[in-house]
Design a protein around this ligand. Sequence first.
Ligand code: SAH
Ligand code: SF4
Length: 350
Amino acid sequence: MALIDLKSLDKASLEEFVKKERLPAFRARQLIHWIYEKNVTGVGDITEFSKPLREKLAGKARISGLAVKKRFASEDGTEKYLLELEDGNQVECVLIGTEAPPGEEDGSREKFTLCVSSQVGCAMGCRFCLTGEMGFIRDLRPHEIVEQALCVQRLIQPRKITNIVFMGMGEPLNNLANVAEALRRLTEFMRFSGRRITLSTSGIVPGILELPRSAPSVNLAVSLNATTDEVRSRIMPVNRKYGLAALLKALRQFPLSGRSRITFEYVLLGGVNDSDEDAARLIKLLRGLPAKVNLIPFNAHEGAGFSAPSPERVLAFQKILTDARMTAFIRKSKGTDILAACGQLKAAYM
Ligand code: SAH
Ligand code: SF4
């Protein structure tokens, strides 16, 4: 009989499993604790269980994991992991370290952000994105998303992942049920604060409207990337279905708690969406929305047909926004030397 993968079970199914094995209900809680907090990879490692119980369980169940195929380290400290799923497909995730501010180098303010994938490939076909170029292969299941965090956490001890962003391969809102279950496990089982998790979408309006119900506590980021429907539809086909007006309307309805804001990612493509007029339109579009803009100079890849704007252009674009009292950061891409930067995740299939 095939072993049951305990990691593939949600809370109710784990409880069901424990019941079927005629074990007391608290064993389900213990399993969750050992799998998601102690991060064990085998039933035999659950030392809180007696040896006979571990042996009994080992005959019935297992704890799946992802195989680390490759670990790339960038000169700037960014690390990329190529992880193999049990069916042989591969996904990438990226760990980006941010140093503590001067004077606080004791490690307590150091940030390690893990960028996770939600799908193998992506169906959205954004013209500037390598993941889009590879097309859609399949959705990741909840445990395959959570395992990216568990697996990298095992590798980087004693450092700790402090933040998680759904900005790897895939469109998370196209896989919302699985992503929502993964978020439940990250927050409830691994005790990750939802405030430290950000989900990024290309702008699937029904998903944005549904998100507060399925994943109430996470932050939202939107890849806006253009200020007119004409340009946005050209570079992001999703805009033909959900145009700027519908997208911004949904975002204005999005419930935000207290101090939180929506992050807008804006990939700057030289001569396409980086003019002074674009900056002015962006200010108008986002007026009244609690927003933060991340400007990402395009990461070039072969055959994309776009180029990055000059550093002066990027600064000028930012200045127009900040002069209008908007929060706008320039995101210097990290890990470009290992193809770990935004829009470069496809290496596994090249
Ligand atoms: N599919 C989701 C999550 C992926 S996030 C989304 O699109 O939001 C990936 C981010 O990288 C997006 O903001 C996207 O606009 C950006 N990106 C894609 N290709 C890029 C490139 N070549 N250079 C810079 N940023 C890129
Ligand atoms: Fe998919 Fe996001 Fe890339 Fe667009 S930018 S193709 S939605 S991963």
